[in-house]
Ligand binder design. Structure first.
Ligand SMILES: [Zn+2]
Length: 564
């Protein structure tokens, strides 16, 4: 049977039309001689199917109002992919049973083995229902509008006002942005009840104690444990929380305030107006191309390809799904970047972040088989977060579009965000750990109380008095908790890895960037600690390793502050 080799052949696929291809692959006799050809065929088919699903998802997230696009996306995400996953496990089992581990497939075979061990037929319909719940979350939050100056506006359009110099304006913007989440809190809480019950049942049916331990296996976290994550929380508490508290004291003084309220965090204390370096997505893309060009000509060439081939959808507009992502089209060997830009500096940082994922996709496409390309999120986010930090020195003259002072302000803001994010990551991860391991995660009231408790441990120096409902609403806005459970600590591990890549670049110059690119090209062909080592970094969970990196961030913050 001839297998489809392009996503176009699968654009209108149904499960019934896909199954025969899997059947054909399941029938091929396997031995040392036939295995390489069989793997290549299977990889080509998986690439085409995944690309067809990605194109349907891209079409839908770019226009959530078109019922045909929604239906196509749902057909792939709720019908085809869960069943394809089941068939993939069946084929993976065939590979594992040969006892042959082809060169460069060691990590893939280890992943396959674990996926086989935790696979249960009876979990397939539960995952399909979880996908439907996930699209319900996206429907509720994607269509969310805020009341602003008498008009209904998509939430991302308010981000410039969240950074307004005028305190009353940013307070209004904060309230306008949070209120829709407070309003739908009962609906989202009920939705989460269903997700919680489904996930715990998935775990039990796979013979795991809870969904946390299941997730560590499902996410192929071979190199760290829930205990390591707890050490990570403690280290953040000991090292980052005090560092960030010092940043907040400086901010409070600079703003001349008695106390910092939540709406005093996004404002930039160094500029009368928020930095708005770009008006349109096109303009932002051109500026980004120049910044990346200053860093590396090969990476800049790849970014130009994305601009030329329409692989960027950057502007915010009504009907687009919220958030941002970078997806890979595995047959074309091309990434696609989706964003909701409104012209603020954060958009530029986000684009640089997603560009790091895109460069990973370009570099790892040289790996012949689809499974060898995408490492776990810990390595994927190392690629993207390193790009944010590496491009920092090029934001100003002569490469960037910011002047000297604004570039210093932008870098200062970014480094402060690094500290804020680590604190946020620790709280989200500790919360998810509590949800699935405490035995009380199915109780909506206990859940909200646990969030408040964990949040107060990590988020210090901000006065939330009188805003309890708003503070609770924060976790309902954290789409990972709904859509990608336990996908969050990766950002923390990767952030600390990226700080090491950035430190190496400051200390050693060009070799640090060569190490970064060597890491990208490895794709998923080495275990996580090896991938980090190739990039010039290590996995950090403890205060001893964390402290010098955070000290470096604080030193840099102090210097930048003095230069402004
Ligand atoms: Zn990312």
């Amino acid at each position: 049977m001839k297998l489809p080799e392009s996503s176009a052949e699968l654009a209108g696929a149904t499960w019934e039309s896909c199954l025969p291809y899997y059947e054909a692959l399941a029938q091929v006799p396997l031995d040392a001689a036939s295995l390489p050809g069989w793997l290549a065929d299977w990889s080509r088919f998986e690439s085409a199917l995944s690309e067809a699903a990605s194109l349907a998802m891209i079409a839908y997230t770019c226009d959530t109002t078109d019922p045909a696009k929604e239906a196509a996306h749902l057909r792939f995400s709720t019908e085809i992919l869960p069943k394809a996953e089941e068939q993939s496990v069946r084929l993976a089992r065939r590979l594992v049973e040969t006892g042959i581990v082809p060169e460069g497939m060691e990590t893939t075979v280890a992943r396959f083995k674990t996926s086989i061990e935790i696979f249960r037929e009876e979990n397939v319909p539960l995952f399909a229902e979880l996908e439907e719940m996930a699209s319900k979350y996206q429907r509720i939050t994607g269509g969310m509008m805020a009341e602003w100056e008498g008009e209904q506006r998509p939430l991302p359009m308010l981000s410039p006002f969240l950074q307004a110099r005028d305190r009353t304006v940013r307070e209004r913007a904060f309230r306008a942005t949070v209120t829709p989440y407070v309003d739908v809190q009962p609906a989202l809480s009920q939705l989460f009840d269903g997700m919680y019950a489904h996930r715990q049942q998935v775990a039990r049916q796979a013979d795991f104690r809870d969904f946390q331990t299941f997730s560590f296996a499902a996410k192929h976290r071979f190199d760290y444990t829930p205990g390591d994550c707890e050490r990570f929380h403690d280290a953040v508490d000991a090292v980052v929380v005090p560092a960030y508290a010092r940043v907040l004291v400086a901010r409070r003084k600079r703003l001349g305030l008695e106390a910092l309220r939540p709406w005093d965090i996004p404002v930039n204390p160094y500029r009368a107006e928020p930095l708005r370096p770009f008006k349109t997505g096109d303009e932002m893309a051109r500026g980004t191309e120049k910044i990346i060009g200053a860093l590396d000509p090969v990476l800049a060439g790849q970014f130009r390809t994305m601009m030329d081939e329409g692989l960027l959808d950057l502007d915010s507009r009504k009907g687009k799904a919220p958030g941002g992502y970078c997806d890979t089209l595995h047959v074309k060997g091309r990434p696609f970047i989706f964003m909701n830009a409104s012209g603020v500096l954060d958009d530029l940082v986000t684009l640089l972040h997603e560009a790091g994922h895109a460069f990973h996709a370009f570099a790892s496409h040289a790996q012949p088989l689809v499974w060898q390309r995408h490492p776990g999120a810990e390595a994927a986010e190392l690629a993207s977060m390193s790009m944010e930090l590496l491009s920092g020195p090029h934001l100003g003259p002569p490469d960037g579009m910011l002047d000297q002072r604004d570039a210093a302000i932008a870098r200062l803001e970014h480094l402060e965000d690094v500290l804020a994010n680590l604190v946020h990551i620790a709280s989200v991860d500790a919360f998810q750990s509590w949800i699935y391991s405490s035995g009380e995660g199915g109780d909506p009231v206990a859940r909200d109380q646990a969030w408040l408790r964990i949040r107060s441990r990590f988020e210090q120096g901000v006065d939330w008095s009188g805003l309890t409902a708003e503070r609770i609403a924060r976790w309902y806005r954290q789409l990972h908790i709904f859509l990608y459970p336990f996908y969050y600590i990766e950002y923390g591990i990767a952030q600390l890895g990226a700080l090491q890549v950035w430190r190496n670049r400051m200390r050693d110059g060009a070799p640090a960037l060569e190490a970064y690119r060597a890491f990208l090209a490895l794709g998923a062909t080495r275990p996580l600690p090896d991938l980090y080592r190739t990039a010039g970094a290590q996995l950090v969970f403890d205060a001893v390793a964390m402290r010098p990196l955070i000290d470096l961030v604080e030193e840099e913050i102090d210097q930048l502050r003095q230069s402004i």
